[in-house]
Design a protein around this ligand. Structure first.
Ligand code: SAM
Length: 313
């Protein structure tokens, strides 16, 4: 397991041991150490200990008397130190949960976020309502969390998943294999749709019924001040001057080749809170006859641009 390995970047001086004891003492100790770093210190401590012990989180809570072996104790101490040294917990764990499925994550990919589950939920609702629509694209696939989850949930789905990062595509491919859907997901290294060209058609033709994208959308100037820019790949976060640069480029590509989208198809784009109105008006210019909505996330913030194309644009 990733967390058991020693980590070369950790100075020995940072290696504060954990107290010897049972979970009842260890977990609160870790929570105290994580508290200055995370708003979810308690959950983080439980997720880390559960992964390391190879048990569900509920087991930890039901067995406060359990003691760790020396090796487990050492591995847990090292993992805690990596988090304290600034690594994101999912990268330390090497996996993260999205939509109830476990995904491999490395520092080359964005950590899948719960907000993105809204896009997946809406995609699933639409696919269930449209049983003959089974060709989809996922642009900026990263870990593959959207593409792979949809392929797992809809057994006949044919997915083309693109990313400009070769390293991210490797991780996405691994996740597709892990979840047994690699045969139905084609991975393309591409600048948005540019290299999806006619010479490389998706498995079932060149037209997508559904296009999903969670593109980088943090405005460049905001991003440099955010801690996330030091933990996760810049390429996955930087949305250019107004945060919508990639969305505008994707829209220009779709305009240049309207044949990418099937009549009556759907486009789902995750947006940043506050970008809803701007994204909607960009979409309106490109698809004047489409039905366009911006859906909020659970916190009530703009999160998802939904474009339902007319049967014939
Ligand atoms: C916000 S992350 C989303 C990752 C994943 N889909 C998710 O929801 O967790 C954006 C992804 O877009 C990719 N990306 C950035 N610029 C791109 C481009 N011009 N063309 C294709 N992908 C791009 C990044 O490498 C990154 O994997």
């Amino acid at each position: 397991m990733e967390v058991v390995k020693d980590h070369p970047d950790l100075p020995a001086a940072h290696r504060f041991p954990l107290p010897n004891g049972n979970l009842n003492t260890l977990l609160p100790h870790i929570v105290r150490r994580f508290s200055p770093l995370s708003e979810t210190a308690s959950l983080d401590a439980q997720v880390l200990a559960a992964k390391l012990l190879g048990v569900p989180r509920s087991w930890l809570l039901a067995h406060p008397e359990a003691r760790l072996t020396d090796r487990q104790q050492q591995a847990l101490a090292l993992a805690v130190q990596r988090v304290e040294a600034g690594e994101a917990l999912p990268y330390v764990l090497g996996t993260w949960e999205f939509f109830g499925l476990e995904f491999t994550v490395t520092p080359e990919v964005l950590i899948p976020r719960p907000e993105t589950e809204l896009l997946v939920e809406q995609a699933l609702l639409w696919l269930k309502d449209h049983p003959n629509r089974r060709r989809i694209a996922d642009i900026g696939t990263g870990s593959g969390c959207i593409a792979v989850t949809l392929a797992v949930k809809i057994p006949e789905l044919l997915v083309t998943a693109g990313d400009i990062s070769a390293a991210a595509l490797e991780v996405a491919r691994k996740n597709a294999e892990l979840h047994g859907v690699a045969r139905r997901v084609r991975f393309v290294r591409s600048d948005l749709l540019a290299q999806f060209g006619p010479e490389e058609p998706p498995p079932a033709g060149r037209v997508f019924d559904l296009l999903c994208a969670n593109l980088p959308y943090i405005p460049s100037r905001t991003l440099t001040a955010l801690e996330v820019s030091r933990k996760e790949p810049y390429l996955a976060l930087d949305g250019g001057q107004d945060g919508l640069v990639l969305v505008k480029r994707l829209f220009s590509q779709l305009k240049a080749q309207p044949g990418w989208m099937a009549d009556g198809g759907r486009i789902l784009l995750e947006v940043e809170a506050g970008q809803g109105a701007a994204a909607r008006s960009l979409a309106r210019r490109l698809f004047p006859r489409a039905e366009i909505q911006v859906l909020p996330d659970l916190a009530g913030r703009d999160r998802l641009l939904m474009i339902d194309l007319p049967d014939r644009e």
